[in-house]
Ligand binder design. Structure first.
Ligand code: UDP
Length: 382
């Protein structure tokens, strides 16, 4: 009897340090399914939570607290952001993580490894050794990208912007190793399944008021509460939807607050495409995933904070093209909202800028690159 042929298996290495790495992996997995049906099996492994030894194992849980000291984060980011310095750090950590990452590889045999986390590249490639499946990096920061993203042994490095490509080449990747594809987002940001009023009816939002969505990444970071209170105090004619992500303390505090306008408070939502389809404005931390989703959803942004280092370049990226405004102080946020309410033409031109910058094909293009790589490596082996 013929044995059924085993489907090629693709392993995604990510971590829940923030929400962006998970969203990017899920978007690519969805695109693989849309483009190729059930021809490939996939799996996601959190490199820190599932495998790293303590205390690294706790990184996803303590990440929101670490980045609460942005200046310390920035210092660490810049001190480690060079090829020699990044390698020295990895070499220092290697004896400590070697066993865990070798076990990861043994326990997850695959035909292709895709890293969507910069800190996975060096230790996993090292643990794999010479006889390994192909390895692709998908860079999920937009403009200011850390040296750890770019490993010369990666078979392919898929980047979201020209700025990221230039960095890769500066760090000695070969031009044929790097492709600009955009940052992958879920299909429903690009092709919503319902129109705005149907989504509003589903969410219980008003139909007759503009809605501003406030979100601080997957962990509810930045001055979300202060921002919401300032908007409430200004009594603007709009409704608020505040998404606190995994920040449960913030969610409870906001739920206990009285606002002057219709306000809806959520914890971690799974239906972000619905929220973006039904909203008129997004007030957000400058996270790469959220920005890319909003561009694809045609949703103008007010950026209220950023993580110094990897998110610094995201501000000019959005603002220069007219897709949003940088407003680090609450009064600037209120002023921008008021301006867009009073000048719908300016809001409309920000919507148009988002649509110009959108890369709705990114996830599918990445899926096609992964499949090309798997198939050519299988041909070589046969
Ligand atoms: N997100 C989500 N539900 C939430 C909050 C955030 O699905 O309640 C998603 C959001 O849509 C985006 C990601 O989490 O895909 C956040 O990624 P980003 O790169 O913007 O910021 P990070 O959290 O990684 O710092």
């Amino acid at each position: 009897m013929n044995q059924p042929t085993k489907k090629p298996h693709i392993l995604f290495l990510f971590s829940d340090t923030g929400g962006g790495h998970r969203s990017a992996s899920e978007a690519i997995i969805e695109a693989l399914q849309l483009e190729f049906g059930d021809q490939y099996t996939t799996e996601m492994v959190d490199i820190f939570k599932d495998y790293a030894p303590p205390p690294l194992k706790m990184l996803p849980a303590i990440y929101p607290r670490i980045v609460k000291a942005p200046r310390v984060w920035e210092l660490g980011y810049h001190l480690s952001d060079g090829p020699m310095r990044a390698s020295a750090l990895s070499a220092g950590a290697w004896p400590y993580v070697r066993g865990s990452f070798r076990r990861l590889i043994e326990e997850h045999p695959s035909d292709l490894i895709v890293s969507v986390h910069s800190l996975a590249n060096e230790p996993i490639l090292r643990a794999l050794g010479a006889d390994r499946p192909p390895f692709i990096t998908v860079v999920t920061d937009l403009v200011t990208t850390h040296a750890t993203w770019y490993h010369r042994q990666a078979d392919l490095c898929l980047v979201p912007t020209e700025a990221a490509r230039r960095r890769a080449l500066k760090l000695d990747l070969k031009p044929e190793q790097v492709k600009v594809v955009g940052l992958p987002v879920a299909e429903r940001f690009c092709n919503p399944s319902m129109d705005s009023s149907a989504v509003r009816a589903k969410l219980g939002w008003p139909q007759d008021l503009p809605v501003a969505v406030l979100v601080g990444g997957g962990d509810g970071m930045g001055p979300l509460r202060e921002t919401a209170l300032a908007i409430s105090e200004a009594k603007l004619p709009l409704a608020l939807a505040i998404i606190t992500g995994r920040n449960k303390t913030l969610q409870s505090r906001l739920e206990a607050t009285d606002f002057s306008m219709p306000t809806f408070v959520y914890g971690f939502v799974r239906e972000m495409p619905d929220f973006m389809a039904a909203a008129d404005v997004l007030v957000t931390k400058a996270g790469p995933g959220t920005i890319s989703e909003a561009l694809n959803a045609g949703l103008p942004m007010i950026l209220y904070s950023h993580l110094p280092g990897q998110e610094s370049g995201n501000i000019p990226y959005v603002v220069t093209e007219g897709a949003g405004i940088w407003a680090p102080r609450t009064e600037e946020i209120v002023r921008t909202l008021k301006n867009w309410l009073e000048h719908p033409d300016q809001h409309a031109s920000a919507v148009a800028a988002c649509k110009r910058m959108a890369r709705p094909d990114a996830a599918r293009q990445i899926a096609r690159e992964l499949v090309k790589m798997v198939e050519s490596s299988r041909e070589t082996v046969q």
